[in-house]
Design a protein around this ligand. Structure first.
Ligand code: ADP
Length: 379
């Protein structure tokens, strides 16, 4: 297929975080060109240029372009929609909202972060648990799905145990309050004993994961974090199909070997239309009680990888016995201050930059409401 057409098709998967619909379908994408040197130029018109979610749309467009072989560089030209185009977009957004029968109780506007890694043991589940806690401590409700089907651990890490109950035909996640926020958790481990789940393969696994999204009551959550099995896989693809707004945060260690598998995982994600939105380097150095710093797994891996994949390095988390001790006790590290600052900073980056909550930053949605009122008043 012609690369420009291919790119336009991929841009159809980029969701306006506020309007919860594809930027192509909303009529926000203008010219899309890819020249013979592999340089892509995409014109996008926003409802307002000062929109804080602009950075997210810009990043998502670049991610979509990177997934296409032969595209070497990307230029995103942002403009503003003309008033008549804004009115048309508003109409379209309403139509889409009415037409779309939601596949889940999770609105397209709710940010979904898939926490992934190229291989096991790099701290993916620890990062998921502590990030969930740090986000919840800002007063939000954080959904957590442990989809790491062959190694679920989040019930233990978060200290949330119990049997899943159903209301109507929907599973109700188990909850834990944290300050003014809370975590709502579902885990494969709540339904199947570990030795049984280990035998699950292929379609059974995909179906089980889909059920945890579609047949569960996730209403009211501000974010959903999903801990996925390491490596490449069908689970990620199943999730991406049901949750098109999903972005991936890749956890790696500073070791060279970990970087190579992380590159493969990112590559696979992009080929599966999953946006890689950030990296977290875990086990980055160790501070001993004598005050000396040791780089046990090498140094600079995360930033090198960030350059290679062209995605931001969101956090570097040191090796700290308190992280594993907290996990064993079901008291996540991020609950303690000030040592846990690193996870709170990671949460802050996500809240302010990587996947800001929709509404707080309101631009298009609020603007649309104002426009709609103006149109109604004029009629
Ligand atoms: P994964 O989900 O990638 O398999 P886990 O989160 O289960 O990895 O972590 C593997 C082990 O490493 C666990 O025992 C965990 O407590 C420990 N661990 C993870 N990150 C750290 C860290 N930064 N400092 C100390 N121990 C850690």
């Amino acid at each position: 297929m012609d690369r420009s057409l291919h790119l336009r098709e991929r841009l159809g998967l980029v969701i306006d975080p506020e309007l919860g619909a594809s930027i192509v379908e909303l009529g926000m994408v203008g010219e899309v060109e890819v020249d013979e040197t592999g340089h892509a130029r995409v014109q996008v018109s926003l409802t307002t240029l000062g929109c804080p979610l602009r950075a997210q749309i810009d990043r998502d467009i670049r991610e979509a372009a990177k997934s296409i072989d032969g595209i070497e560089s990307v230029e995103v030209v942002m403009g503003v929609l003309e008033p008549t185009a804004k009115a048309a977009l508003m109409k379209k957004a309403r139509e889409i909202a009415q037409r779309a029968a939601p596949l889940t109780t999770i609105p397209l506007r709710t940010p979904v972060l898939m926490i992934a890694s190229g291989k096991g043991g790099v701290g993916k589940s620890s990062v998921t648990a502590n990030l969930a806690v740090a986000l919840a401590m800002t007063g939000r409700t954080i959904g957590v799905l442990d989809a790491d089907i062959w190694g679920f651990s989040l019930t233990r890490l978060l200290g949330i145990h119990g049997d899943v109950e159903a209301r109507g035909a929907k599973m109700i996640p188990l909850e834990r309050n944290l300050g003014s926020g809370r975590i709502r958790l579902l885990s494969m481990g709540m339904l199947a004993p570990e030795d049984q789940a280990l035998l699950w393969r292929g379609l059974v696994v995909q179906k089980a994961v889909a059920q945890f999204i579609q047949d569960a009551d996730w209403s009211g959550i501000d974010y959903l974090l999903i801990d996925t099995p390491p490596g490449t896989g069908d689970i990620a693809m199943t999730l991406a199909r049901i949750l098109p707004q999903m972005g991936q945060i890749l956890v790696t260690t500073p070791a060279i070997a970990a970087q190579r598998v992380a590159v493969r995982a990112a590559d696979f994600a992009r080929k599966s239309n999953i946006r890689v939105i950030g990296l977290v380097e875990n086990m980055s150095g160790f501070e001993c009680s004598c005050g000396l710093h040791h780089d046990l797994f090498g140094v600079g891996g995360g930033s090198a990888l960030s350059g290679e994949l062209d995605v931001p390095l969101l956090a570097q988390i040191p090796l700290d016995a308190a992280i594993s001790e907290g996990s064993d006790a079901g008291v996540p590290f991020a609950l303690g201050e000030p040592v846990s600052g690193v996870f709170h900073r990671l949460a802050e980056v996500i809240l302010t930059d990587i996947a800001p909550p929709v509404g707080a930053s309101g631009c298009s949605a609020r603007l649309l409401d104002a426009l709609e009122r103006a149109v109604e008043a004029a009629n």
